[in-house]
Design a protein around this ligand. Sequence first.
Ligand SMILES: CC(C)(COP(=O)(O)OP(=O)(O)OC[C@H]1O[C@@H](n2cnc3c(N)ncnc32)[C@H](O)[C@@H]1OP(=O)(O)O)[C@@H](O)C(=O)NCCC(=O)NCCS
Length: 161
Amino acid sequence: MSLAALRPMSRADLPAFHGVMMSAGMDSRSSWSRTTVQDLEHSLFAEGAGGFVALGGGGEADLGEIVGCVGFRPDGAATLTLNKLATLPEVRGQGYGQKLVQAVEETAQRGGFRRVLLAVSQYNLEVIPFYKRLDYVESDEVYRFAHPNSPKPVVLMKEIE
Ligand SMILES: CC(C)(COP(=O)(O)OP(=O)(O)OC[C@H]1O[C@@H](n2cnc3c(N)ncnc32)[C@H](O)[C@@H]1OP(=O)(O)O)[C@@H](O)C(=O)NCCC(=O)NCCS
C-alpha cells in the first residue's frame, strides 16, 4: 500500500526539498547536482510556479519527513512544465514518484493548461520508462527552462484532458 501523503511546498521546505534532490543519486555531470537553494527559490516561487513535497509515514521516527519533491512552472498559458522530481532512494517503488507527477497534472488541469512538459537530462535517460508508464511521449517542443550549458535534453509531454 502506498503511504504517499503530499502537500504543497512552502518556503520553509526549501532546504529539505534541496536535500532530497541532492540525495537522489543524479549523475554529477548533470546541472541538477549544481542546483543551489537560491536556484530552487527562483524557480519554485516564480510567477505561477510551485511544488509539492511527499511526506514519509513509515514509522514514528520518520513520520512527516520529506521524502520526495517536485516542482512546476508555467511556460505560457497552455504548458505547465514539471521539474525537480525526486524521491529518496530508500522510499522508491512505493508510489511517491507517481503521486508527485499526478499532483502536477492535477495542477495543470485546474489551471486550464493543455499539456505537461518536462526535460530529461542526457545523463539520466534511464528514467524515461518511468514517465512512459505514466503516458508521457517524446516531443519536439522546446523546454524553455533547460540549462543553457547542458546537452540538449529529451523532452517528454503529456496532454491534459
Ligand atoms: C524517478 C523517481 C522519482 C521515481 O520515484 P519512485 O518513488 O520510485 O516512483 P514510484 O514508486 O511512483 O514508481 C511508479 C512505477 O514506476 C516504476 N519505476 C520507477 N522508476 C522506474 C524507472 N527508472 N524505469 C522504469 N520504471 C520505473 C516503479 O517500479 C513503479 O512501478 P509499479 O507501479 O509497477 O510498482 C526516482 O527514481 C528518482 O528520484 N530518481 C532520481 C531523480 C530523477 O531521475 N528524477 C527525474 C528527473 S527528470
